[in-house]
Design a protein around this ligand. Structure first.
Ligand code: PLP
Length: 421
């Protein structure tokens, strides 16, 4: 008999976007035209300066192990970058390199959480948070983000968590927020800092979309007095510099926390490839103009998608304050046709038409609070976005086809109507 797997492994769920991506690719391979709005990946090439620096570093033989915390020059470049961009005053010793932003979720939990500790998570949430919190046997405590508050965190929930939870220890914050596009304001961050300052509370501040704030500038909790000691902010090259496949990111925190992350990185990954970091340094130093051009493109695409979706019967879409996602409410359509929002997304991909499909995600891929919404990424050419909106408008009027899809997929039948306000 093969050895049994852990109970933990049985609870792990993949990021929904990757599952839908696989299905979209299967349908495409079988000849269907699929407009892929499911995954948050840039359609743009990595900046030339980064590509050249990466290739040169490989040619120069920078293909061996490096320090677990990252190359000193990478850490210094990242510190200079966040100082200039986010008004911080950190140095290389405040920075640790990682393969993207995602692994820092796990390292944060390993660094700060004991079994049964409470961790406040704003819902909907990035789908890999639960597995990383569960890895340490900690408890996820949810606070809903509401459209009526532009999906900003509710500080009353934070206060309640701190007062009432038997073992409050961690908070996962993500701004700009995936999937809703909500942006936590400076006032929110001040309020949050005032609530936790000096307490045994650590914040994982997930900031992959720091360059995608559409009104004003990105604000990091790190900039609030005293918060460097209580916060781990995670950044990535995936979104700002179109470098998701290079797997490069970094976290910023106090030197003590960085030392612990250094150890944890050593035992899990050894290091991030030096040539990847060389590419990252070039992007940080010479790729900002490239970055800003791409960010403007994303913003324009977001506006295009929001305007299109708001013209569709039964759809209502807030303009996101940041990110390249839109998060329209489709609750009216779901309630009318008794289909879940995930079911509606699946219908748009595989059920609505034999030749064309739109791949997007039901909001519940990000937790129950996302039910009644869809998440669409805008990382496609403008004409494809326009076709996708027209397709959605038409497909959601074809009620007989939705009913037929539900007959063959009863698991997508909506049991309780979604709230519509
Ligand atoms: C909120 C959030 N955190 C983390 C990540 C992971 O990013 P990376 O590619 O840098 O690991 C993403 C990517 O979509 C994200 O949206």
């Amino acid at each position: 008999m093969p050895p049994s797997f852990t109970r933990f492994s049985a609870t792990v769920r993949p990021e929904g976007a990757f599952t839908v991506l696989a299905m979209a690719r299967r349908l495409s391979a079988s000849g269907k035209d699929v407009i892929e709005l499911e995954i948050g990946d840039s359609p743009f090439p990595s900046p030339d300066c980064a590509v050249e620096a990466g290739i040169q570093a490989i040619r120069d033989g920078r293909t061996t192990y490096g320090p677990s915390a990252g190359l000193p020059e990478f850490r210094a470049a990242a510190a200079a970058y966040v100082n200039a961009e986010h008004g911080l005053s950190v140095s290389a010793e405040n920075v640790v390199a990682g393969p993207g932003a995602k692994t820092f979720e796990q390292l944060f939990c390993e660094a700060f959480l004991e079994p049964d500790d409470g961790v406040l998570v704003f819902s909907p949430y990035f789908p890999t948070y639960p597995a990383n919190i569960a890895r340490r046997g900690a408890r996820m405590v949810l606070s809903s983000l509401r459209a009526a508050r532009a999906f900003r965190p509710d500080l009353d929930d934070v206060r309640r968590f701190l007062q009432e939870d038997p073992r409050p220890k961690g908070i996962f914050l993500n701004s700009p927020h995936n999937p809703t596009g909500g942006v936590t304001t400076e006032e929110d961050l001040q309020g949050l800092a005032d609530l936790i300052r000096g307490r045994d509370i650590a914040v994982f501040s997930d900031e992959p979309y720091d360059c995608m704030v559409w009104d004003g500038r990105h604000q990091s909790l790190l900039a609030q007095p005293g918060m460097l000691d209580q916060t781990v902010a995670a950044y990535t090259f995936s979104k700002s510099f179109s470098m998701s496949g290079w797997r490069l990111g970094y976290a910023v925190s106090s030197p003590d926390t960085v030392n612990v992350f250094d150890l944890l990185t050593n035992t899990a990954l050894s290091c991030v490839p030096p040539f990847t970091q060389a590419a990252g340094i070039a992007a940080l130093q010479d790729g900002r103009q490239y970055r800003d051009g791409r960010m403007r493109e994303f913003h324009r695409k977001v506006q295009l998608l929001v305007a299109g979706l708001n013209a569709v019967e039964g759809v209502s879409c807030l303009a996101p304050g940041g990110t390249f996602y839109v998060f329209p409410s489709v609750a009216a359509i779901c309630n009318r046709d008794t289909i879940t929002s995930h079911g509606l997304a699946m219908y748009l991909l595989e059920g609505a038409d034999d030749a064309l499909g739109v791949a997007c995600l039901g909001g519940e891929c990000f937790g129950e609070a996302g039910g009644g919404f869809l998440r669409l990424s805008c990382a496609q050419p403008d004409d494809r976005l326009t076709v996708a909106v027209a397709f959605l408008a038409d497909a959601t009027t074809r009620r007989d086809r939705i009913a037929a899809y539900l007959d063959t997929h009863p698991e997508y039948r909506l049991a309780t109507p979604y709230a519509t306000s």
